[in-house]
Ligand binder design. Structure first.
Ligand code: CP
Ligand code: NVA
Length: 307
């Protein structure tokens, strides 16, 4: 890959994303037959978390170990970073000890600054604006279940958040149409959207933002949602619950999708809020394949950047 870092899917070409997916499939097949090649023997990944995590933390750590390397978990508050040491100095110091840095934080600009000053690869493990490692796993999951990405129609119902941003960027590059239904005032970031719309055009896919969930889900092959209040928005939870109620993914809404649609959610989920039990625990749901695929997709990212 041309880039040193993995910060957003928008940074990568269609060919690079396809190649990451191919590597992920190979690594998954190898792992299923008990074959773990130590491609990253002796390499260490530092993982900085300024927000909670189950999947990201464990899948990156397990991924590094399966690749013959190791990972160090760092709680942002326990670092001098939490006491005001600059991001630039943190990046330069960590680069002297480790071979890669994964970070989950709030402001996306913090990850960009870390990447700018680190001499080792930096991986975005979620910011307020993007969640690219998750969406790479989502694309892998869709590809496995549908056999292709190009020409499919995905929909995303809910908040125009980090997941929505990475999904539109990813969909654009793989030629998958995506229709997003978001409440007024909760649409995706305009600049991210505009760039993705331009990319989508050149790869022959379509991105649209609509108001009504029924419009977005019509004939969809893939139905996606996410929490109504993301990490850092806890104080907006109650207000959002009322406002997002018409955006719940439930049986009535899903009748409008294709009969063989699949349901994705990055997890953690709030059953009874953004999605009902019948859907997330029902026959169309592939959320645990999706969670598993974090491991395989991220191993492909680690290899591409650190090998
Ligand atoms: N989907 C996801 O990123 O999960 P975690 O917050 O548990 O890492
Ligand atoms: N949008 C959610 C995703 C969690 C994996 C959040 O940022 O909290």
């Amino acid at each position: 890959m041309k880039k040193k870092d993995f910060l957003t899917l928008g940074d990568f070409s269609s060919e690079e994303i396809t190649s990451l997916l191919e590597t992920a499939i190979k690594l998954k097949t190898d792992a299923k037959s008990g074959e773990y090649s130590p491609y990253l023997a002796g390499k260490i990944l530092a993982m900085i978390f300024e927000k909670a995590s189950t999947r990201t933390r464990i899948s990156f750590e397990v991924g590094m170990k399966q690749l013959g390397g190791d990972a160090i978990f760092l709680n942002g508050n326990d670092l001098q970073l939490g006491r005001g040491e600059t991001i630039a100095d943190t990046a330069r110091v960590l680069s002297r000890y480790v071979d890669g840095i994964m970070i989950r934080t709030f402001a996306h600009s913090k990850v960009e600054e870390l990447a700018q000053f680190a001499s080792v690869p930096v991986i975005n493990g979620l910011t307020d604006l993007h969640h690219p490692a998750q969406v790479l796993a989502d694309l892998l999951t869709i590809l496995e279940h549908k056999g292709r990405l190009q020409g499919l129609k995905a929909c995303y119902i809910g908040d125009g958040n980090n997941m929505a941003h990475s999904l539109i960027e990813g969909a654009a590059k793989v030629g998958m149409d995506i229709s997003l239904a978001c409440p007024e005032g909760y649409e995706p970031d305009q600049a991210i959207l505009q760039n993705a719309v331009i990319a989508a055009k050149s790869y022959g896919s379509k991105i649209e933002i609509v108001r009504k969930p029924k419009e977005a889900i019509a004939d969809a092959d893939v139905v996606i949602t996410d929490v109504w209040a993301s990490m850092g928005q806890e104080n907006e939870q109650q207000e959002r619950q009322k406002l997002f109620k018409p955006y719940q993914v439930n049986s009535e809404l899903c009748q409008l999708a294709k009969p063989d649609y699949i349901f994705l959610h990055c997890l953690p989920a709030h059953r009874g809020e953004e999605v009902t039990v019948e859907i997330i625990d029902g026959p169309h749901s592939v959320v645990f394949d999706e969670a598993e695929n974090r491991l395989h997709a991220q191993k492909a990212i680690l290899l591409a950047l650190m090998k």
